[in-house]
Each structure stands twice: as structure tokens, then as C-alpha cells.
Design a protein around this ligand. Structure first.
Ligand SMILES: [Zn+2]
Ligand SMILES: [Zn+2]
Length: 252
């Protein structure tokens, strides 16, 4: 596939996945600079930007207890949202590597000297067959490569979730409940770094962490490309502004 790269570039010049411009790169320098990076303090548990570093924020309280830490590269907004969409549904699987490298950079300072095994939130095998690749696996492999850590497939998705994400929180939770189990075989690593593209409610990552811990995992951190603080459009209380204000109130 890669060996045809030069010829393909002549016939179909590479468009930027963020803005659609003919950049000759998968993500142009302008879009790279404009990504809504999360650089300041964030909730340790869910990666959401907060006014001060907090262990659990108002949005994720009680939802993602099994997750010990989560870092997101940026907010789930354009041009990152568009790029992720192209990576997942537009066949631009090659984007996973540069995006994974960027996510690894945001994760590196939080590893605290540990050497976790990197794994991904897997697709259902049926969906993977129809898409031809698992973008989260490609992301995880890139994260592992950038951090010099091993990658292993540690989870299996046992239930085929509907494509349409429900707008109801309870339905979303039910949708992923018990949907993952640890792979059979050799003992699971004790420290795991779980990789996915977007964290919305956190239910999926939490279910994965639950399955890993049930199988002997001791700590599970998550590294995601994007944090959707609007929860995919659910309700109005998920906005970044709301959380910053409520965090400020709590800290007074
Ligand atoms: Zn661009
Ligand atoms: Zn949080």
C-alpha cells in the first residue's frame, strides 16, 4: 500500500484532514497549530479542562471510577473533530500515526516513571471486518511506538453496539455495559494504558477499565485524542464554561 505513495500523491494530492486544503500533508501546519489543545489544568480522572487540577470533576463524578487517570490531547472540536471523522469513516487510516504521536506527547509527562502496556478500545470484530481497520488499534500502536512501550491487544468487544449513539445518558451506559472482556491467554499486565479516539461520557473507557481490572490489572490510565465536553450534544450542563464555573465555586 505504502509503496504506491509517490504515484498516488501525483494523482491524488494529499488533502489536509482538518481543512481539506491541498497541503501535501495529512494535517497542515495551520490546522496543527489550531487544534484545541488542552494544555492547562484538567480533571485527573477524565481529562476535561478545569480551572484547577481536580481529582474528579462535576461531569465525571462517579462515572469513571475504574479509570485512574485520563489525558486528552485536545477538545473534540474542529479541526480535530473533522480529522478524527476522516480517520474513522473516510478511510484515512494513515492519520492515526501522526495523531497518536501527538497524543503520546501529551501523555508522557503523566506516566510517572511507569512502563504500562499500551492497548486499545477494540471495535467489534464484525465492524472491524467491514471497515478494514481498527483506528483505535492504529492509534495505540503509534502511542506505544512514540513512548517506547509495548502494545498488546488485551480486550475483546463482545457486543456489537449500534452505530447511532443515543442522546440519552442511561441508554449510553446500558449500551456498553459488559461489552468488553479481557483476552484469554497469558496474564494481563498490571499497568495498562488504554487508547481511544474520543472520550465522551467515559462509559466505554470505564467498562474497558473494569474488564481489565477484573482480569488482574491494577492501574488503568487512558490516553485519548479528544475530550468531548459537550457529551456529544447531550444536555447543556456539559459545556466547558459550566464546568470551569462550577470548579471555581467548589474551590472557594
Ligand atoms: Zn489544514
Ligand atoms: Zn472529570
Amino acid at each position: 500500500m505504502m509503496s504506491h505513495g509517490t504515484l498516488a500523491e501525483l494523482i491524488f494530492p494529499t488533502r489536509c484532514a482538518g481543512c481539506g486544503g491541498y497541503a501535501g500533508r495529512l494535517l497542515c501546519p495551520n490546522c496543527t497549530a489550531r487544534l484545541p489543545y488542552i494544555r492547562g489544568p484538567a480533571c485527573l480522572r477524565c481529562g476535561k479542562p478545569t480551572l484547577y487540577e481536580v481529582e474528579e470533576c462535576g461531569q465525571c463524578r462517579g462515572r469513571v471510577r475504574k479509570l485512574d487517570l485520563c489525558r486528552a490531547l485536545a477538545l473534540y472540536e474542529d479541526p480535530l473533530r473533522r480529522a478524527i471523522h476522516r480517520m474513522k469513516y473516510g478511510g484515512i487510516w494513515r492519520l492515526a500515526r501522526p495523531l497518536g504521536f501527538m497524543a503520546a506527547t501529551s501523555m508522557a509527562p503523566h506516566l510517572g516513571g511507569g512502563a504500562p502496556c499500551v492497548t486499545h478500545v477494540p471495535m467489534h470484530p464484525r465492524r472491524r471486518r467491514s471497515r478494514g481497520y481498527d483506528h483505535a488499534e492504529l492509534l495505540a500502536r503509534a502511542v506505544a511506538e512514540a513512548l517506547g512501550l509495548p502494545h498488546r491487544t488485551l480486550l475483546v468487544r463482545t457486543r456489537h453496539a449500534p452505530t447511532q449513539a443515543s442522546s440519552d445518558l442511561k441508554a449510553r451506559r446500558e449500551n456498553v455495559k459488559g461489552a468488553f472482556r479481557a483476552v484469554d491467554g497469558p496474564r494481563l499486565p498490571r499497568e495498562v494504558l488504554l487508547v481511544d479516539d474520543v472520550m465522551t461520557t467515559g462509559y466505554t473507557l470505564s467498562e474497558c477499565a473494569t474488564a481489565l481490572k477484573r482480569a488482574g490489572g491494577r492501574s488503568v490510565a487512558a490516553c485519548v485524542l479528544a475530550r468531548d465536553v459537550a457529551e456529544g450534544g447531550i444536555g447543556g450542563k456539559g459545556s466547558a464554561l459550566f464546568s470551569v464555573q462550577s470548579a471555581a465555586r467548589r474551590c472557594r
